[in-house]
Design a protein around this ligand. Structure first.
Ligand code: VGL
Ligand code: ZN
Length: 240
């Protein structure tokens, strides 16, 4: 009979590491630190049930985000914040309907129902969010002729929101993205976070997507290619 030491030798050290429960935990549990930030994207009434651009099951992200946020000392939220008559609204393009696309000077634009108009109740953050430590709210999409899905760069690909500079100034290295919608503002934010040099995670169960014309599958493929890490909220360590 082999004794314990002989079995371990036969398995080799890498197999041993994989078998050790502590090592398994260390491999799957991510502990946010002072260099980490949680970005809570667009958890606004317009994207929630009853809203003008309601994301299916969007309300389900709120308790997940509230719980996860307790593991972060740095939390930044975003608000989609459009002018009345914003260029992304189908209503300002004659003959166009929501979810159709048009070509704008900066590229292809999906057209949306009117949503998140500055100062309206639809643009307000969900009253069910409970993240008192949130340190900054970035508003985006406030230039009438340019959309901004990303929290970092407007859709022209060059106008900065200032978020990368803020995070770098605060010595942030790791960005965790959650909220609405997976395939638009979450994905564009995560892709730009990578471009800006941050280690980037998207917390899948803390997001919900719109999924128009294959957008959700494309978003995950683009994020994987860019090195965005796809995780679940259970992968985040909730205590020391
Ligand atoms: C969003 C479509 C239009 C989002 C914002 O938050 O994902 N989607 N505006
Ligand atoms: Zn919008």
């Amino acid at each position: 009979m082999l004794d314990r030491r002989q079995i371990l030798t036969a398995l080799g050290t890498s197999a041993l590491a994989a078998l050790a429960p502590g090592a398994l935990l260390a491999a799957t549990s991510i502990k946010p630190d002072e260099t980490s930030v949680l970005l809570v994207i667009d958890v606004q009434n317009c994207f929630l049930p009853g809203g003008s651009l309601a994301v299916k099951d969007g309300e389900q992200v709120v308790p997940v985000i509230n719980k996860m946020a307790k593991a972060f000392s740095n939390v930044v939220m975003t608000q989609d914040w459009h002018t009345p008559g914003h260029v992304s609204f189908a209503s300002v393009h004659s003959g166009k309907k929501p979810f159709e696309t048009i070509d704008l000077p900066y590229g292809k634009q999906v057209l949306w129902p009117d949503h998140c108009v500055q100062g309206t109740d639809g643009a307000a953050l969900s009253k069910d969010l409970s993240i008192p430590q949130a340190e900054l709210i970035i508003r985006k999409g406030f230039h009438k002729d340019v959309d901004s899905y990303s929290a970092f760069l407007e859709a022209d690909g060059k106008t900065s929101t200032g978020l990368a500079g803020y995070l770098k100034g605060r010595k942030i290295k790791r960005v965790f993205v959650a909220g609405l919608a997976t395939d638009f503002c979450v994905a564009w934010t995560a892709l730009d976070a990578r471009k800006a040099g941050f280690e980037t995670y998207v917390v899948e169960d803390a997001c919900r997507g719109i999924d128009t014309q294959g957008s959700l599958a494309k978003a995950w493929a683009d994020m994987a290619k860019a090195g965005v890490k796809r995780i679940q909220s259970a992968d985040i360590a909730m205590s020391a």
